[in-house]
Design a protein around this ligand. Structure first.
Ligand code: NDP
Length: 246
């Protein structure tokens, strides 16, 4: 129960990594608000997660500044505070650059990077008030090593790392830490969409020899948002089975 008394908002908590992160934070004692673009999915996820602790759901497109503000406000109204923000919501629109449409570029940047900015900008206010805060951005190893066909995704995820470091410096004196987690190849709907041949090729490059589980990313997030990680800020923690080491 490292997070008893804490209020958390997890974006993209309707499935996959976000769902597992919300589950873990709730198990550790936090009250958790999960969001996804569709209200009914967020409510369904909250219902599934209610077995692990206090979890509520809200519809919110993180790429819309008004919806981002409203989600933060809802967290404060329902739980009395917002101590922890996990910017997990993300999409991909993979294409080689020559075929990448402007809308593929814009959509990925809007959700994966600008959405994190909208959420963090809104969330910082209650954190400053509480004089305690934790922001964790879910980046990707793709930000560190690149992947052909994912220039938009890699740019957004690398942007998150720079955003994390700047914000970490800006907020350090206020009791707020800002870190990034860079998962490798984790089992989720996003990665199940990769053709099997490509998936097996990817898997063969992982030193630990297997795909990661969402719970393994959630464990890293739970550590970074706990008091135990109070002296860690501006860091990017890879959770990738060794994939990106050099
Ligand atoms: P999924 O596609 O399974 O889940 C994505 C989540 O984000 C869903 O809850 C989705 O909900 C939500 N979401 C998407 N767009 C928005 C939006 N505009 N506003 C609010 N919520 C949104 O992905 P994963 O669980 O695999 O990935 C989660 C994060 O981890 C992403 O940022 C991804 O880039 C990152 N990541 C994943 C890896 C992997 O191997 N799986 C590896 C490295 C990083 P809804 O559709 O209901 O809006």
């Amino acid at each position: 129960m490292r997070l008893a008394g804490k209020a958390a908002l997890v974006t993209g908590g309707t499935r996959g990594l976000g769902w597992a992160i919300a589950q873990r934070l709730a198990q550790e004692g936090a009250s958790v608000l999960v969001c996804g673009r569709r209200e009914e999915d967020a409510l369904r996820a909250a219902q599934e997660l209610a077995a692990f602790g206090r979890v509520e759901g809200i519809g919110c497109d993180v790429g819309d500044p008004e919806q981002a503000e409203a989600a933060v406000q809802a967290c404060v109204e329902r739980f009395g505070a917002l101590h922890i923000l996990v910017n997990n919501a993300g999409i991909n629109r993979d294409r080689f650059l020559a075929r990448m449409r402007e809308e593929d570029w814009a959509a990925v940047l809007q959700t994966n990077l600008t959405g994190a900015y909208f959420m963090a900008r809104a969330a910082v206010k209650p954190m400053l008030k509480a004089k305690w805060g934790r922001i964790v951005q879910i980046s990707s190893v793709v930000a560190l090593v690149g992947t052909a066909g994912q220039a938009n995704y890699a740019a957004a995820k690398a942007g998150l790392i720079g955003f994390t470091r700047s914000l970490a410096r800006e907020l350090a004196s206020r009791g707020i830490t800002v870190n990034a987690v860079a998962p490798g190849y984790i089992d989720s709907e996003m990665t199940r969409a990769i053709p099997e041949k490509e998936r097996l090729a990817l898997q063969s490059q992982i030193p630990l020899g297997r795909v990661g589980q969402p719970e393994e990313v959630a464990a890293a997030v739970a550590f970074l948002v706990s008091d135990e990680a109070a002296y860690i800020t501006g860091h990017t923690l890879t959770v990738d089975g060794g994939l990106s080491m050099y």
